[in-house]
Design a protein around this ligand. Structure first.
Ligand code: FES
Length: 69
């Protein structure tokens, strides 16, 4: 789904950016252009970013369990 129509940034693009090291909205804007034009998408971009970061934290906390199990 498109989060930022102005810059054609999707939720998948945001998740990929998080995988590449993006950790906040400013970095997301710099890396993808998301929220850099009209700004209408800022809140939705922030929500998707927070979800992606939470999923990444969850996934990384499972790795030690999976390695020992
Ligand atoms: S919709 Fe994202 S900057 Fe306009």
């Amino acid at each position: 789904m498109y989060v930022c129509v102005c810059n054609a940034v999707t939720d998948a693009d945001i998740r990929q950016a998080v995988d590449s090291g993006v950790r906040n909205l400013k970095q997301l804007r710099r890396n993808t252009g998301c929220s850099s034009t009209c700004g209408c998408c800022r809140e939705q971009a922030r929500e998707v970013l927070q979800e992606a970061l939470a999923e990444k934290r969850e996934a990384s906390s499972l790795i030690p369990i999976m390695q020992t199990g």
